[in-house]
Design a protein around this ligand. Structure first.
Ligand code: COA
Length: 166
């Protein structure tokens, strides 16, 4: 667990997800994404991927869950990578930097763990600020707008082929 005292935005404590966090996380995801959240192609990845709790973070504002990011181990073709998602912030705390701090932490943890890249499906205008670029040859399970499939490589890696279990 770590506390950031001086970052802009709300005072947050960051911690890895524990089993006890499951209920507040589900409630936050429902509020942030609404009823369509289980239809996303990212959900298909999470059905087969291995959860990586040591790369995943909850942001707490006191005892209240402010945001969450989850990470999963997958392969793209033959290349092992980490899949990021969901990323969600409590609606009344959005645009205060919580999401950005979660993305940066999760990606830094993945890089420190020796992972080659982070892959996600998201809005390019949001994720490009963290260095994500298009992954045109990564094939998600199920329909997806390919321009929203993004990667953050930590090494000179090419992501090509189906997203599948590691
Ligand atoms: C997307 C989300 C995680 C961003 O977290 P956040 O804490 O609100 O974002 P930050 O405070 O780090 O960044 C805010 C900035 O990102 C921009 N932004 C937020 N969502 C964006 C999006 N989908 N596309 C482009 N820009 C976006 C804001 O306009 C703001 O811009 P500014 O810095 O120029 O003012 C959050 O809005 C959320 O939970 N949304 C609902 C769930 C969702 O869509 N998750 C993403 C799935 S990939």
């Amino acid at each position: 667990m770590s506390v950031e005292c001086c970052a802009p935005g709300p005072a947050l404590t960051f911690a890895h997800e524990t089993p006890a966090d499951g209920v507040p996380i589900e409630e936050l995801l429902d509020r942030a994404f609404g009823p369509g959240r289980f239809a996303k192609s990212s959900e298909r990845v999470r059905e087969f991927a291995d959860f990586a709790p040591e790369l995943s973070f909850c942001a707490w504002e006191g005892g209240r869950l402010a945001g969450v990011v989850r990470m999963w181990r997958v392969n793209v073709g033959e290349t092992p990578v980490v899949f990021l998602g969901p990323l969600a912030v409590e609606p009344d705390l959005q645009s205060t930097g919580v999401g950005g701090r979660l993305v940066e932490r999760a990606c830094a943890a993945a890089e420190a763990a020796g992972e080659a890249a982070v892959l996600l499906v998201g809005d390019p205008p949001y994720f490009e600020r963290f260095g994500f670029t298009g992954a045109p040859e990564a094939v998600m399970p199920g329909p997806v707008e390919q321009r929203r499939v993004l990667m953050l490589p930590f090494t000179d890696v090419t992501l090509s082929g189906p997203v599948r279990p590691r």
